[in-house]
Design a protein around this ligand. Structure first.
Ligand code: C2E
Ligand code: CA
Ligand code: CA
Length: 262
């Protein structure tokens, strides 16, 4: 047990060092996954997702290093890199909105709003095209800071999305006071709607309440046509998932967009 614990800890320290060096050596990229309008199926935005293809010890998926970046504080530099790169890449694609994931540690930083304002200014990126995605757990554990950060970010013109909705324990009514612009229904729920009636009814109810509260509802993790149809009928405004497109590099996104505009 000790040996395993040690090696887990050693692995964590090794990845931590890899992230630090990777940032200096430009080993990270940002990929983009289309978000489509549920009615027209037109791409209306993208979600930025970090990638680490040039890590010398081998590529790692975000789930394997984001937590380590968080606990080590490196998420501030990594998150800032993602935000800058994404704003720069998307700036010319003026018909698309941009969603960027924000870690709890970034959100906790009292200077975070200023950092976002700096990036918007430097990249000439219109604030109203940017949406920041934050998770439920953080918001519920830090309601005061969340309320003030959300207020400040909205004052900049930036929208706030609640990510991974349905994985936590809170009700949508409770979340109302945070004034989210968007909720993203987690892929674990989207993946149930095509074969679990109870889950489908729950998702349907959530969508109706969120819509009644004026929030835009995005369903993520859509992998097949049946899920797409059920979630559109249930009233989702936007859809995202492999059924439409996997995340891709900026060059591929430009080509994808041109093909669609045909
Ligand atoms: P997330 O924010 O929920 O992002 C969506 C994840 O679902 C992405 O995984 C995406 O590739 C994947 N996905 C998209 N469509 C489908 C689908 O139809 N089916 C399935 N099974 N999966 C789908 P990815 O890129 O591996 O990212 C995993 C998580 O890592 C993200 O979950 C997010 O929490 C975190 N992450 C990724 N990039 C960043 C970042 O730049 N900053 C921060 N703080 N977190 C990030
Ligand atoms: Ca997300
Ligand atoms: Ca999510």
């Amino acid at each position: 047990y000790d040996a395993e614990l040690n090696s887990a800890r050693e692995r964590k320290v090794a990845i931590e060092n890899d992230i630090r060096e990777g940032l200096l050596r430009d080993e990270f990229d940002v990929w983009y996954q289309p978000i489509v309008d549920a009615r027209s199926q037109e791409m209306v935005g993208v979600e930025a997702l970090v990638r680490w293809p040039r890590r010398p010890a081998g590529a790692l998926p975000p789930d394997a290093f984001i937590t380590i970046a968080e606990t080590s504080g490196l998420i501030h530099a990594l998150g800032q890199f993602v935000l800058r790169r994404a704003c720069r890449d998307l700036q010319p694609l003026s018909d698309l909105k941009l969603s960027v994931n924000i870690s709890p540690a970034q959100f906790r930083d009292p200077d975070f709003e200023n950092k976002v304002a700096d990036v918007l200014r430097d990249s000439h990126f219109p604030a109203h095209r940017l949406q920041l995605e934050i998770t439920e757990t953080y918001v519920l554990e830090n309601p005061e800071r969340s309320l003030s950060a959300i207020g400040n970010l909205k004052a900049l013109g930036t929208a706030i999305a609640l990510d991974d909705f349905g994985t936590g324990y809170s009700s949508i009514g409770y979340l109302r006071r945070f004034n989210f612009d968007t909720i993203k229904i987690d892929k674990s729920l989207a993946g149930l709607v095509d074969h679990d009636e109870q889950a489908a009814a729950l998702v349907g109810g959530t969508i109706r309440i969120a819509s009644a509260l004026g929030m835009t509802v995005v369903a993520e993790g859509i992998e097949n046509e049946k899920q797409m149809k059920l979630l559109s009928l249930a009233g989702c405004d936007r859809l995202q998932g492999f059924f439409f497109s996997a995340p891709m590099p900026i060059d591929a996104l430009r080509q994808h967009r041109q093909r669609r505009q045909g």
